[in-house]
Design a protein around this ligand. Structure first.
Ligand code: ATP
Ligand code: MG
Length: 570
């Protein structure tokens, strides 16, 4: 490919809207452009990377017995009503009407469509198991589309659905996918970890997430170095350790705390440690206002809380509504005398003599005790796990790090087949629901994750398996005919050898060309300067190396091929 013809509009400045590295670099290096919030165009370089990711994914899906299909993006509301998800999906679903005023959705996922499809034509155990997959755009009107491709509203996903006759069959399909996903992320040369998702919290449905490790990851994961355990902090089970020494209950007191609203305020004002305070957070669970209570230094886990409540929608209440019902604004709330149902975190049930708001602005209670001073509607695990918590498997202290969820595999069981009536006749002629699993990989998110994990101050450093091109030839002076001639003949030779090559034939200064080559992240750069012609040598430089090596002109292509082979083994 000639750089003069390649559409890769690079930018020198860091675009102000881009907060994370991958977003900045993909914009700067001319890979993507924003159409609107969370919706991007993929330019030629990005397209090449995406195709390589997809081809690795396809290979493994096919190897595991998957068959590729293309399912509709425009999906009728009836199917979603049948599964009960038309309401549950809420605002994240893009909805539209046709000219007859009928409701449709742009597919955020495809369980409804595929279950209906399979139901219509598969009736016997003889045609199962069946593994169908597609690679296609998904549409989700995310609350916070951000970080470029990381959380888009239109994004590319590979989704596979497995249909089996029973749980054992599902186990086999699930493990095939688990293995295939490991091969994929190893093949992509990404550093990742597999973590448990929803481990047990909602009744034993097995689920794993594949997390690419990166400082800017949206997810925090906890993992154990003593055993294999790993989980998303949001989903990790928090263990309640044996209660420490009993503490005597003290008399509750109301104290004047003018202007003190936060946990930190109370620590500074009255030296009450965060572990001796509780946080009271008010939410709308569908229509009803409820209170969630966690220890002062903990974070409420909205997913766990929502599971406990069993509601469809959960969102934070506005201060006006809270004030009207509870008599105080945020910062002065607490469960004592509160007219709402309160749900406390497990850990709070062990706390004694703690402080909380008194439901009166500028007042707090101290020495509050659960049971004596208030009775919660529930005591459950509703906080995020943190480093230092005990491993739920072996009790060793957990560590934490950040990750980007690139893949998610899930045992669905008969949830959708029962709702959509996808049955088959077993060997005895008995009708049974199919047992399903679903398995997703964020293709566009994986591209961003790769950049996030592999870049330096000069730009992207593509992992070899997904680099848009393998080699870039840079003639230092494009006005020098001899240099250009040498560059072109090398380019032709590389093409013959099947190397994916860019020749930077643009009429630009050498500095500009070097900067662009680094920015777009091509693994090998060949520089042809005056010396190449005098001494018949060219500079070959790895994107990650500080210095180039000199290689005789007539063996360059062999040397380049060898270097690429070595790099592919690393
Ligand atoms: P998240 O928790 O990040 O919202 P999810 O659990 O909603 O992800 P799934 O429904 O399991 O995601 O989708 C499968 C895969 O699709 C995810 O593992 C992720 O890689 C990708 N994905 C999900 N949402 C987005 C998005 N908004 N933008 C880009 N990729 C996404
Ligand atoms: Mg999501």
């Amino acid at each position: 490919m000639k750089a003069s013809e390649l559409f890769f509009p690079t930018l020198r400045e860091v675009p102000s809207e881009a907060e994370v590295l991958s977003h900045q670099l993909l914009l700067r290096a001319g890979f993507i452009r924003k159409a609107t919030a969370g919706v991007y165009s993929y330019l030629p370089l990005a397209n090449r990377v995406l195709k390589k990711i997809m081809s690795i994914v396809r290979e493994e899906m096919d190897r595991a017995g998957g068959q590729e299909v293309i399912l509709p993006i425009v999906q009728p509301a009836e199917l979603w009503k049948k599964s009960g998800r038309w309401e549950v999906y809420g605002d994240e679903m893009f909805r539209l009407k046709d000219r007859h005023n009928r409701d449709f959705a742009l597919g955020p996922t495809h369980e409804e469509i595929i279950t209906t499809l399979v139901d219509a034509d598969v009736h016997s155990y003889r045609h199962l198991p069946l593994l169908l997959y597609q690679i296609q755009n998904k549409y989700r009107d995310e609350i916070r589309p951000r970080f470029g491709l990381m959380r888009g509203r239109e994004f590319i996903m590979k989704d596979l659905y497995s249909f089996d006759i029973d749980e054992e069959g599902l186990d086999i399909s699930y493990h095939k996918m688990y293995a295939a996903y490991n091969r994929i992320f190893q093949g992509l040369k990404l550093q990742y970890r597999v973590v448990e998702a929803d481990s047990g919290a909602i009744g034993g449905n097995e689920s794993h997430e594949f997390m690419v490790l990166a400082e800017n990851g949206e997810a925090e994961i906890v993992y154990c170095e003593n055993c294999d355990y790993g989980a998303n902090t949001e989903k990790a089970v928090c263990f309640l350790e044996e209660s420490k020494a009993e503490e005597e209950q003290l008399e509750r007191e109301k104290v004047h705390t003018p202007g003190q609203r936060t946990i930190q305020d109370l620590l500074d004002y009255m030296s009450i440690p965060k572990e001796k305070q509780i946080k009271t957070l008010i939410y709308y669970a569908d229509e009803e206002l409820v209170a969630a209570i966690v220890r002062g230094d903990r974070e409420l886990n909205e997913i766990k809380f929502k599971n406990v409540l069993g509601c469809n929608q959960l969102f934070m209440a506005d201060e006006a509504a809270v004030k009207q019902l509870c008599g105080a604004g945020f910062g002065s709330l607490g469960p004592v005398g509160m007219p709402l149902k309160s749900y406390v975190d497990l850990e709070v049930s062990q706390m004694k003599n703690f402080a909380c708001g008194a439901n009166e602005d500028d007042y707090h209670f101290i020495n509050v005790n659960l049971g004596r001073d208030f009775t919660p509607a529930g005591i459950n695990d509703i906080r995020n796990a943190v480093a230092g918590d005990s491993c739920p498997v072996c009790s060793a202290p957990l560590y934490s790090m950040r990750g980007i969820e690139v893949g998610h595999i899930f045992k669905l069981g008969t949830k959708y087949s029962e709702a959509m009536e996808a049955n088959f006749l077993d060997q005895k002629g008995k009708e049974r629901p199919m047992v399903m699993g679903c398995y997703g990989i964020g293709i566009s998110r994986t591209m961003a994750a790769a950049v996030e994990q592999s870049a330096d101050e000069n730009g992207i450093v593509w992992p070899l398996p997904i680099t848009p091109f393998e080699v870039i030839i840079v003639p230092v002076n494009s006005k020098n005919e001899e240099q250009m001639q040498a560059a072109w003949s090398l380019y032709e030779e590389f093409k013959q050898e099947g190397l994916e090559t860019i020749i930077d034939d643009r009429d630009e200064r050498a500095g500009v060309k070097f900067k662009d080559a680094d920015l777009i992240g091509i693994p090998l750069r060949i520089t042809i300067g005056p010396r190449s012609l005098q001494e018949k040598q060219v500079e070959v430089k790895k994107r990650t190396a500080k210095d180039p090596e000199l290689v005789p002109l007539d063996v360059v292509s062999s040397r380049v091929k060898l270097m690429l082979k070595e790099m592919s083994k690393q």
